[in-house]
Design a protein. Structure first.
Ligand code: PRT
Ligand code: MG
Length: 211
């Protein structure tokens, strides 16, 4: 049997994946807090525990055959090289525009400054509306930017909305809904077709059981 490698997004996606992975013996058989590569409880299937934004890269280059990653990351980085056969319906949230409650309504004549970890999605979103904006790339804690005058609005993920509320921000637009997806390397799908198809079916059933 050929070995298979599954890349998992460290953090909340991993937490939400573990229950259904455990149901099919694909949970880690090792210390995921320290190890970057661990065997799963299924012989021949190993796991990479990596940053969410790195998952598409590992799968595109074939360093992993499959991966689990958020749709936000796929949309931002482009995923033409990847098959995306399965919506796992976990780590659900939405990508939204948010502004300071006390800064609304905004002056439509001023060019908007937008702080975000998602410059590509943001550029496309505003371009589709025919609006030119200035984009400021940040790597985290976007909510701070409007509070200190770095930006007028942010584009960020929202789940419960409590982080926005706590910072005096309100959602002004929803760009899209987000959930985690299973992605597959295109070449691996051909060369390891039987194994990958079987695994895909198992993951599909196990992830649906939890809903
Ligand atoms: O390492 P890297 O910076 O790439 O990722 P990370 O450290 O941000 O990873 P992590 O564990 O936060 O997981 C990120 C992935 O989880 C995203 O790519 C999404 O696909 C998914 N996800 C689902 C979320 C959320 N829900 C979410 N609520 N990622 C982040 N959040 C943050 C959001 O950015 C905001 O700060 O949670 C806050 C909002 O939550 P609420 O409930 O207060 O609205
Ligand atoms: Mg985070």
């Amino acid at each position: 049997m050929t070995a298979l490698t599954l890349a998992l997004s460290k953090g909340r996606i991993l937490e939400e994946s573990l229950p259904f992975l455990a149901r099919i013996g694909l949970d880690p058989a090792g210390d995921i807090d320290r190890l970057l590569r661990v065997p799963s409880r299924t012989p021949g299937v190993s796991l990479l525990i990596i940053r969410p934004t790195d998952v598409p890269t590992y799968v595109e280059y074939g360093a992993a055959d499959l991966g689990i990653v958020g749709k936000d990351v796929l949309m931002e980085n482009g995923s033409a090289e990847l098959y995306e056969p399965l919506d796992l319906d976990i780590a659900k949230c939405r990508l939204s525009v948010a502004a300071r409650k006390d800064a609304l309504p905004r002056d439509p004549r001023r060019r908007l400054r937008v702080a975000t970890k998602y410059p590509e999605i943001t550029r496309r979103h505003f371009a589709d509306k025919g609006e030119q904006v200035e984009i400021i790339k940040l790597y985290g804690s976007m909510e701070l930017a409007p509070l200190v005058g770095l930006a007028d609005v942010i584009v960020d993920l929202v789940a419960t909305g409590s982080t926005l509320r706590a910072n005096g921000l309100v959602e002004t637009e929803i760009i899209c809904q987000v959930s985690s997806r299973l992605v597959v390397n295109k070449a691996a799908l051909k060369t390891k077709n039987g194994q990958i198809t079987t695994l895909l079916e198992q993951i599909r059933r196990a992830s649906q059981q939890g809903r």
